[in-house]
Design a protein around this ligand. Structure first.
Ligand SMILES: NC(=O)c1ccc[n+]([C@@H]2O[C@H](COP(=O)([O-])OP(=O)(O)OC[C@H]3O[C@@H](n4cnc5c(N)ncnc54)[C@H](OP(=O)(O)O)[C@@H]3O)[C@@H](O)[C@H]2O)c1
Length: 267
């Protein structure tokens, strides 16, 4: 069970359904798209640590957990499209990614699949990838053949672009992939809800152009330490980004809190 701490502090309810009830696919204003991000973070602000064995940054196993994953899936369930990074696809190709992008398989998440169906959403969200390098392995794309994949890039490498297009990918090229370009691309493609699951660079890209509406943040009560780590934002921001708390839940069973924030005007 979860205990709500804000805005009310006298409500207890099951984990399942907490985020699915939000109807994020219906929040966008007319002619716009609603973009939301989600992270799990340790108390000392780490979303990823460098894994010396794998040789890459990864979400630490000590904080990744099934209860948080259930809410991750509920957020994915409400998305028309998922926004991710090319790095994710590179890890997917090597079977090192945290999970496949689709709303999860298995009986545990059947209710989310049925809910999507009842809302008239496609079986799986489409996928939009940010990449400057266009280093996106075709073997990873095979794993998401059941939906439209789009790539936003600043690369002018025509041969790479053609290879991706032949694989069915829609490539949109621009001088710099900014948050405004991401938002406009989503609007042009008529998406109404976009779930951002990439790391700190994509997050900063969106924040700098006010191109992200809400942040779902799970704070796990652990101190991870380490000197090679990623935080929520690892790049310079044009301004300090202020957030407004929308809701907060204490999950004593999972030793964590679930926060929902909206991004508000900077100071
Ligand atoms: N704890 C959590 O909840 C959580 C959530 C998400 C990610 N993570 C972790 O955070 C780490 C970093 O994730 P990530 O690599 O997805 O993060 P990222 O830093 O957001 O993205 C990195 C890659 O995305 C592309 N990219 C980013 N901004 C771009 C822009 N403006 N224009 C064009 N391309 C852009 C680039 O791809 P190219 O190199 O192809 O140019 C870049 O290498 C990973 O270990 C991941 O597991 C943790």
């Amino acid at each position: 069970m979860l205990k709500q701490l804000y805005p009310r502090c006298d409500v207890v309810h099951p984990l399942e359904g907490t985020y699915l009830a939000l109807n994020l696919h219906q929040q966008a204003r007319q002619g716009d798209v609603f973009i939301y991000a989600n992270y799990i973070v340790s108390l000392d602000g780490r979303i990823a640590l460098f894994d010396e064995v794998v040789g890459e940054y990864a979400v630490p196993k000590s904080i990744a957990n099934e209860r948080d994953w259930r809410l991750y899936q509920e957020l994915a369930g409400q998305a028309d499209v998922m926004l991710t990074s090319a790095r994710y696809f590179r890890q997917l190709a090597q079977n090192k990614a945290q999970d496949l992008l689709p709303v999860g398989g298995g009986t545990k998440y059947t209710d989310i699949k049925l809910w999507r169906e009842s809302q008239g959403l496609k079986a799986q969200p489409d996928v939009m990838v940010l990449s400057n390098s266009l280093d996106i392995p075709l073997s990873a794309l095979e794993k998401v053949q059941d939906r439209q994949v789009m790539v936003l890039t600043s690369s002018k490498d025509q041969s790479n672009i053609e290879t991706l297009e032949k694989a069915g990918v829609l490539v949109k090229q621009t001088d710099h992939v900014t948050g405004a370009f991401v938002r406009q691309s989503l609007v042009d493609l008529k998406y109404r809800s976009a779930y951002m699951i990439a790391g700190p660079q994509v997050h900063a890209t969106l924040i700098n152009d006010k191109a992200v509406d809400e942040l779902f943040l799970t704070t796990h009560f652990s101190l991870l330490g380490g000197t090679k780590f990623s935080g929520l934002v690892d790049m310079d921001l044009a301004n300090v980004q202020s957030l407004k708390l929308q809701s907060s839940y204490l999950d004593t069973q999972g030793n964590q809190m679930f926060h929902r924030f909206s991004y508000v005007e900077s100071f």
